[in-house]
Design a protein around this ligand. Structure first.
Ligand SMILES: O=C(O)CCC(=O)C(=O)O
Length: 294
């Protein structure tokens, strides 16, 4: 789905847009099946170690991870994109429907930025901590988690729910209309966050959405997420894309070309090579991996 002129205008002025129904269920189902299998394998390994008593085999995708997390938070170790490195995940990063949205905003030469995460936010009732965390991101701009050299790069964040993401689930909230403000200074206290004294005094807009919707955000849009007060997990991906050739803001991790209308041969379509790039980045660290606010 290409974005309409009105949607592009909304993105450019508000710095945030929900492209409703941009993805079909079939676009995400292979990924959900892959994650379900990964969770099952991991749960069985933890059961064998005596850390999980009940596998909750019949629980649906929305609740099973939370029920396992409640017994053993270790269930989530290694579940992020670059660590579990699933084939369906790699294919999803190159999903045509997703890239069509990005092409509307960024043009036809697209690179997948390496700053990307898979998150399953369990019910808050199952967490033994409160406050800012990987599950409850404090107010920040994505420009704040990149090197300063990337401040001029047109990095667009795609935040995608794999299940319901209502306010009660702890969906994203944004402060819209601040694209022109540019970078706001961040600090590392309690997670990378905008320095409280310069936090814009604007009412937050919650971005409730469901599977199939795609939230698009500018790198200068302040956003956060809130605790999950339901008994379902809030499953999501946050991916970033940019015009090829611009600085990624994270030189220690691999980017790759996902679409090139000029030279399709330079697109990375080899799953094994994608895995090799990540393994190499972990085994032979070089470049910078960190947040600007630290
Ligand atoms: O998914 C979340 O809760 C936080 C995501 C986020 O802060 C981001 O994508 O930059």
């Amino acid at each position: 789905m290409q974005l309409t002129v009105e949607q592009i205008e909304e993105f450019n002025t508000r710095g945030a847009l929900i492209a409703r129904g941009a993805l079909a269920h079939a676009d995400q189902q292979p990924l959900i099946d892959e994650l379900s299998q990964w969770i099952d394998d991991r749960a069985r390994a933890l059961e064998a170690e005596g850390k999980i008593d009940d596998l909750h085999e019949d629980a649906p995708f929305e609740t099973r991870y939370g029920l396992l997390f409640k017994q053993c938070p270790e269930i989530g170790q290694g579940m992020d994109i670059m660590h579990y490195r699933g084939r369906a995940m790699f294919e999803f990063l190159r999903n045509e429907n997703l890239l069509d949205l990005l092409e509307s905003l960024l043009g036809p030469e697209l690179t997948c930025n390496p700053i990307q995460h898979l998150r399953s936010k369990p019910p808050q009732a199952y967490e033994d901590r409160t406050g800012p965390s990987f599950h409850n991101a404090p107010w920040h701009q994505d420009a704040g988690v990149m090197m300063p050299e990337a401040e001029g790069s047109d990095v667009v964040t795609c935040w995608l729910p794999l299940a319901n993401a209502t306010v009660a689930h702890g969906c994203m909230e944004v402060l819209p209309g601040l694209v022109e403000t540019g970078y706001l200074r961040h600090q590392a206290a309690g997670g990378t966050t905008i320095v409280p004294d310069i936090m814009p005094d604007i009412e937050a807009t919650p971005l409730e959405c469901q599977r199939g919707d795609v939230v698009l955000m500018s790198r200068f849009t302040p956003h956060r997420s809130t605790p999950n007060l339901t008994d379902e997990c809030r499953w999501s991906l946050d991916l970033r894309y940019q015009p090829t050739g611009q600085h990624t803001g994270r030189t220690g991790h691999p980017d790759f070309i996902v679409r090139s209308r000029r030279d399709p041969a330079c697109e990375l379509s080899d799953y094994n090579e994608w895995c090799r790039l990540w393994v190499d980045a972990f085994e032979n660290p070089r470049g910078f991996v960190g947040h600007r606010g630290e």
